[in-house]
Write a protein that binds this ligand. Structure first.
Ligand code: PGA
Length: 265
């Protein structure tokens, strides 16, 4: 059984006081996330993993504000070298050291704006795993690629290259996020059928790279204009195991609704 996973990607947003207020609002609103379900069918408020991914500089403050809550922190990026003369970079070891549990790798904004290619992303995933972090590995096609019917080819390349030389035993520590680029920040989410189709394709690909048994355990989450009013339809799909939420994770109210909208578990 895959535990649903929901992460808020705050991107380059918030000031310190806003980050703390947002964290406290989410923490209070999701009380009850911890512990076993009260009834066997009560999976709405428990049996889910939740992470907040603020900008680097607020990671420790957010972590501090989350004390006593099962919600964990994740970073939005990291560098694959453990240490050294890499001005401006932050290593996965450092992120682990301050208590991060997750790190987003290969987000389309990193791929497009910062020109990260599949090779760098592969190095980052390996280094993050070696440091003991769980990578949230993002893949997704551009609008032109979807229109040209090359979605599966692009996703296959991204998944195969991103996971190159990673032992299948380690796959269960990776969360794959399918984020069609045309759906990010545009208000145009993929339909639940479109998303399910690609999630199933990714799961088959993962089975091919590892085994059916391993692929069944890997969380594949959806990202791209996830909102309180579309999460339920997405989350009931067989191969959609949660969400990576951008814009709607910046207010406690909408993020809490999204977490509560993920009813599988
Ligand atoms: P969005 O962003 O929810 O604002 O579309 C998702 C993401 O970039 O991870």
């Amino acid at each position: 059984m895959r535990t649903p996973f929901i992460a808020g990607n705050w991107k380059m947003h918030t000031k310190l006081d806003e980050a703390i207020n947002l964290t406290e609002g989410i923490k209070n609103g999701l009380k009850g996330l911890e512990g076993k379900p009260a009834r066997p069918d009560d999976v709405g408020r428990s049996g889910r993993e939740v992470a907040l991914c603020p900008p680097y500089v607020y990671l420790s403050a957010v972590q501090e504000a989350l004390k006593g809550s099962p919600i964990r922190v994740g970073a939005q990026n990291g560098y694959f070298q453990p240490q050294g003369a890499f001005t401006g970079e932050v290593s996965f070891e450092m992120l682990k050291d301050i208590g991060c549990a997750y790190v987003i790798i290969g987000h389309s904004e990193r791929r497009q704006i910062f020109k990260e290619d599949n090779d760098i992303i592969n190095k980052k995933i390996k280094a993050a795993l070696a440091a003991g972090l769980k990578p949230i590995f993002c893949v997704g096609e551009l609008l032109e690629e979807r229109q040209d019917n090359t979605t599966e080819r692009v996703i296959r390349q991204q998944v195969e290259a991103g996971l190159d030389e990673i032992a299948p035993d380690n796959f269960q520590n990776i969360i794959v996020a399918y984020e069609p680029v045309w759906a990010i920040g545009t208000g145009k989410n993929a339909t639940s059928e479109q998303a399910q189709e690609v999630h199933l394709f990714i799961r088959k690909l993962l089975a091919h790279l590892s085994s059916e048994v391993i692929a069944k355990e890997i969380r594949i989450i959806y990202g791209g204009s996830v909102k309180p009013d579309n999460i339920e339809l997405l989350a009931v799909q067989e191969d959609i195991d949660g969400a990576l939420v951008g814009g709607a994770s910046l207010t406690a109210e909408s993020f809490i609704k999204i977490v509560n909208g993920v009813k599988k578990g």
